[in-house]
Design a protein. Structure first.
Length: 160
């Protein structure tokens, strides 16, 4: 989903830049060009925000290493983890229980399963699950990688 949003934002940025150049050099309409420049600045701000919030790297996890391919768009590497990591670079598997929507097609509670990086290593999102499946996935990954499993965001139980 993020790639589609980023592609659309970058295409809109390119169209606005072409429109600015056309208005300045072909039709010599500086007023409209100024409006397009202001519009491009707003769209560029949103594009930068989308780039910094994107997720979706692809990789391979085994008991002895995690290989993450760079997240690419139009041949440009996007921010995010990439490279080869050994399990000793991580301190735990974290399962975050959330109550909101994981994406636009699904509703209800969901979980995010992370590898928690030691200092100097970023956290890596491994999975998004729902129906409390994240707890089982987290425990299985913790067992595979010999890492402790921590849970955050568990619902509070109120007894009456």
């Amino acid at each position: 989903m993020w790639h589609t949003i980023l592609k659309g934002a970058l295409v809109l940025n390119a169209l606005l830049v072409l429109g600015i150049l056309f208005k300045l050099f072909v039709s010599r309409d500086r007023t409209t060009a100024l409006g397009l420049v202001l519009t491009e600045l707003v769209v560029l701000g949103f594009t930068r925000m989308f780039v910094s919030a994107q997720t979706g790297s692809v990789g391979t996890l085994s008991s002895d290493r995690l290989v993450i391919e760079p997240n690419m768009l139009f041949g440009i590497a996007l921010p995010g983890p990439k490279g080869t990591y050994t399990p000793d670079r991580f301190s735990a598997v974290r399962v975050e229980l959330r109550s909101g929507r994981p994406d636009v097609e699904s509703t209800g509670p969901h979980e995010l399963v992370w590898l928690v990086g030691r200092p100097g290593t970023s956290d890596v999102l491994l999975a998004r699950t729902d129906d409390r499946a994240g707890l089982a996935v987290g425990r299985e990954l913790g067992s595979l990688l010999a890492l402790s499993v921590e849970e955050t965001g568990a619902p509070k139980e109120i007894r009456l």
